[in-house]
Design a protein. Structure first.
Length: 342
């Protein structure tokens, strides 16, 4: 699909509507679309997804309060929500730092696993439809659990560019005894601080995305997501949430296996040998030193010989280069110079 504002707007409306129906920001479903339909690299898609998530979550949360679907247990869960929000900020900061260092291949495997987990949780929640009275914990235990859960959820949020609602909601219901509607609304507000911290930590990726992506994709995608989130939240009382969760969970599982599966990791390996370059030297990456816009990559090709190449930081991200990876130094020149000792 061509990267255009109308396409982003339509995609945002569709994803936002589905997210609003089940109390999520919809970013879990938006991430695969940014990769598959709009052709962004996974790392870039995560940052753009997080930027869109902030607007969508804020709109969905505000709408739920306005229409009276607010948290019935806010009084007893208020302190827990604050602790989870604080933990989410810590986790988002840590996750964003790790996102910068991890290779694309490892990030792809992590994203696949997390999306599969979220898809399975959607299906399980719809099938069980249970209501917990909460764990028998004292005040200190509830606060500690809230912070710990928040840290984990915040890290996931920054690594997927999502609000983390699909993890927050089960935690609130099982551990703290919240009802489904209260948990869904609280999850939106708990996730906002983590999203803000994640955006601040990933600002370099957002800046490098450029004005065209931010204005031409993120803005219409965010506007469409807001419109969809309002529509979805308004219809939340009229649509069978269980059926929607099963359907979306299945779609998410299929997307994770298709887009981030083993076959996608092997795509470059299948294409790399079809080159006209005369010299294709296999080796091991021993150093990736990033600068402001370019990176210096050193490849050990054996025999004590190193080949150093200067490539863009975006190329490093696209290839998923990291120390220890097997890589190829592809040398292509129009002239070959010949020399000999005096």
């Amino acid at each position: 699909m061509r990267r255009s504002p109308p396409a982003a707007l339509v995609t945002g409306v569709a994803v936002g509507s589905l997210g609003g129906l089940i109390g999520l920001g919809g970013a879990e479903f938006r991430l695969p679309l940014l990769v598959a339909l709009f052709g962004y690299s996974l790392r870039r898609a995560v940052s753009l997804n997080l930027a869109t998530s902030f607007v969508t979550v804020a709109a969905a949360g505000t709408t739920r309060v306005v229409i009276g679907a607010g948290p019935a247990f806010l009084g007893s869960l208020g302190a827990v929500a604050v602790m989870m929000a604080l933990g989410g900020m810590i986790g988002a900061r840590s996750g964003s730092r790790w996102l910068v260092r991890v290779s694309d291949s490892r990030l792809r495997r992590l994203v696949r696993g997390l999306l599969l987990l979220i898809g399975a949780l959607l299906v399980v929640e719809a099938a069980l439809a249970w209501q917990s009275t909460g764990l028998a914990l004292g005040d200190f235990g509830r606060m500690a659990l809230g912070v710990g859960a928040g840290i984990l959820i915040g890290a996931v949020s920054s690594l997927l560019g999502v609000a983390g609602g699909e993890l927050i909601i089960p935690t609130l219901m099982f551990a703290f005894g919240a009802d489904i509607k209260s948990a869904g609304t609280l999850s939106l507000f708990i996730s906002i601080p983590a999203i803000i911290v994640g955006l601040a930590s990933q600002r370099a990726q957002l800046v490098s995305a450029g004005r065209r992506d931010l204005i031409g994709i993120v803005v219409p995608l965010g506007v469409g997501s807001v419109i969809g989130a309002i529509a979805g939240a308004t219809l939340v009382a009229r649509v069978p949430g269980a059926a929607v969760k099963v359907l979306l969970g299945a779609v998410l599982i299929v997307s994770a296996l298709k887009l981030f599966g083993v076959e996608s990791e092997g795509l470059w390996r299948n294409c790399a040998m079809r080159l006209s370059a005369r010299n294709l030297l296999k080796g091991r990456v021993v150093e990736v030193l990033r600068g402001t816009t370019t990176a210096r990559v050193k490849i050990d090709i054996g025999g004590g010989m190193l080949i150093t190449s200067s490539i863009t930081n975006e190329a490093v991200d696209e290839l998923g280069l990291a120390e220890g990876d097997t890589a190829y130094a592809v040398i292509k020149a129009s002239d070959v110079m010949v020399g000999k000792d005096g």
